[in-house]
Design a protein around this ligand. Structure first.
Ligand SMILES: *[C@@H]1O[C@H](CO)[C@@H](O)[C@H](O)[C@H]1NC(C)=O
Ligand SMILES: *[C@@H]1O[C@H](CO)[C@@H](O)[C@H](O)[C@H]1NC(C)=O
Ligand SMILES: *[C@@H]1O[C@H](CO)[C@@H](O)[C@H](O)[C@H]1NC(C)=O
Ligand SMILES: *[C@@H]1O[C@H](CO)[C@@H](O)[C@H](O)[C@H]1NC(C)=O
Length: 454
């Protein structure tokens, strides 16, 4: 967090926030301000790591935390070792309802002086740094957090969540995360992930929506995540909830986390890609079995991930897709140039036209439950401009399946940007908008002004 303080703009932003929150009487700290209909978090993209992170207030007194956003993560974990000071932190006692929600039946002791993360007779949970694939365990606890409510178009009010359950991590677990961040926030399928806690506290329907920004402008380029029932309105008055296509969400019965207990299901979101088309022509896959989830060992299938900057494909799928893409690109008179890592297929950007939805390149369709339901990926989401002359297909080769690559297709951040994705867990379905650029808007066009400028 510290490095943001070097920016004068951020200092101003911070002091406005502090002023705003100091005006709440601390004796009210245990009650929820309003009955919000929906909540919204801002999502910022870091240029260097390509991680998406969100920023809100936590602890007493309030402190700004930056949390890396993990769509399929099980829970929120925060570094409690360095500078965690709060009068409202409460460790979860063994056998408590909080421990049950965390799926934790153990009981730990700590032989250092007591502090958040080190208390006796508490339960702990497994914490996953999904960015680098490192896991450890940490004390389950709860503390207050604050964020903004929304009517789907504008921010409305500040909402406080007095006892949000999370886990305390050692400082070392921050390795690989964007500089200054405090931990990871999980939105996965778990009773202690953000969506479940918010829907049970505020009686929301079990639903949330993600709109990742492609902009790395920390102040004017923020995307949004919505919790609860609301439209998703981006200026100029485009309601992205009005034109979603739906596809079933699947549960992988075997965890895909770095560490997990036996029998634990994956908390990530899987969809059923049945085939892939390039410029509307089917790609011949050698082993289409890789597209389904093996119920025994959890290998295969297609998931969505915000911790992978680019889509990852199993080697045989990658090979077939890049070959088909190259063929279609040549038919469109594109010129192949030497590849720039981590990509394997690049083109000269000279003779590539531009469209509202990015460079004019072959379209990629992920065909879902039927031939007529597909997620079409256009140039803005398929191509990465690596330098002023070169455009690369933003897909990387993940290696072969067993025992290497668990999930055959991981749809990464670049492919999700400027698309509205609604995860409706009560109906087990994903609603997707395809590129909002078609509708002359993007994920950075949500009005976060209230938290921005005070
Ligand atoms: C992270 O931020 C700190 C504090 O501003 C700074 O000293 C350090 O150099 C930064 N590290 C990297 C890798 O940018
Ligand atoms: C936990 O209990 C042990 C044994 O009674 C004690 O030595 C230790 O200081 C306690 N730790 C904390 C964090 O209170
Ligand atoms: C953004 O929201 C604020 C607070 O609700 C409102 O005052 C402002 O007019 C909105 N701005 C736009 C451009 O709609
Ligand atoms: C599923 O995985 C198990 C264990 O690795 C394997 O024995 C089985 O053949 C796989 N099933 C299919 C349909 O690939």
């Amino acid at each position: 967090m510290a490095y943001y303080y070097s920016s004068l703009k951020f200092l101003l932003f911070t002091s406005t926030l502090l002023f705003l929150f100091i005006s709440f009487s601390p004796t009210n700290a245990q009650k929820i301000d309003t009955k919000p209909k929906a909540l919204v978090l801002q999502v910022i993209k870091d240029a260097k790591t390509r991680q998406y992170f969100t920023r809100f207030l936590q602890r007493t007194p309030f402190s700004i935390v930056d949390m890396v956003f993990d769509l399929g993560g099980k829970l929120m974990w925060i570094d409690c070792e360095k500078d965690y000071k709060s009068t409202t932190y409460r460790p979860a006692r063994c056998g408590s309802a909080q421990c049950k929600l965390a799926g934790s039946d153990g009981c730990s002791q700590c032989f250092n002086p007591p502090k958040p993360g080190c208390n006796n007779n508490t339960c702990s949970s497994i914490l996953d740094n999904s960015v680098i694939g490192l896991a450890t365990s940490g004390e389950v606890g709860a503390d207050i957090l604050a964020l903004q409510s929304t009517n789907g178009a504008n921010p409305v009010d500040v909402v406080r969540v007095p006892r949000f359950i999370f886990s305390c991590a050692p400082h070392s677990l921050l390795e690989g995360l964007v500089n200054g961040s405090n931990g990871i926030i999980g939105l996965g399928r778990s009773p202690i992930a953000l969506p479940s806690q918010f829907s049970s506290i505020f009686k929301f329907s079990h639903k949330f929506a993600v709109c990742l920004t492609s902009s790395t402008d920390e102040y004017n380029g923020r995307g949004a995540v919505f919790f609860g029932d609301s439209p998703y309105i981006f200026s100029p008055k485009v309601d992205a909830s009005k034109s979603l296509t739906y596809t079933p969400l699947f549960i992988n019965p075997v965890s895909t986390a770095s560490a997990y207990s036996q029998g634990e299901a994956s908390t990530e979101y899987f969809i059923g890609v049945k085939s892939i088309k390039i410029d509307e022509k089917a790609v011949a896959l050698l082993n289409s079995g890789l597209l389904s989830i093996n119920e025994t060992d959890g290998y295969g299938g297609t998931k969505l991930s915000t911790v992978n900057p680019y889509t990852v494909m199993e080697s045989s799928i990658y090979k077939a897709v890049t070959e088909a893409f190259l063929k279609a690109a040549i038919a469109r008179k594109l010129t192949r140039v030497p590849a720039v890592a981590p990509f394997g297929l690049c083109f000269s950007s000279k003779n590539v036209g531009s469209t509202r939805v990015g460079p004019a390149v072959p379209t990629i369709d992920l065909v879902l439950q039927s031939e007529s339901v597909y997620w079409r990926i256009f140039g803005a989401n398929s191509m990465v401009q690596v330098n002023s002359n070169v455009l690369c297909l933003g897909i990387v080769d993940g290696g072969v399946s067993r025992p290497q690559l668990r999930t055959s297709i991981v749809i990464g951040g670049h492919q999700l940007e400027d698309n509205l994705l609604e995860f409706d867990l009560s109906r087990s379905r994903l609603g997707f908008s395809s590129s909002l650029l078609f509708r002359q808007t993007n994920c950075a066009n949500f009005n976060h002004t209230w938290l921005h400028n005070g």
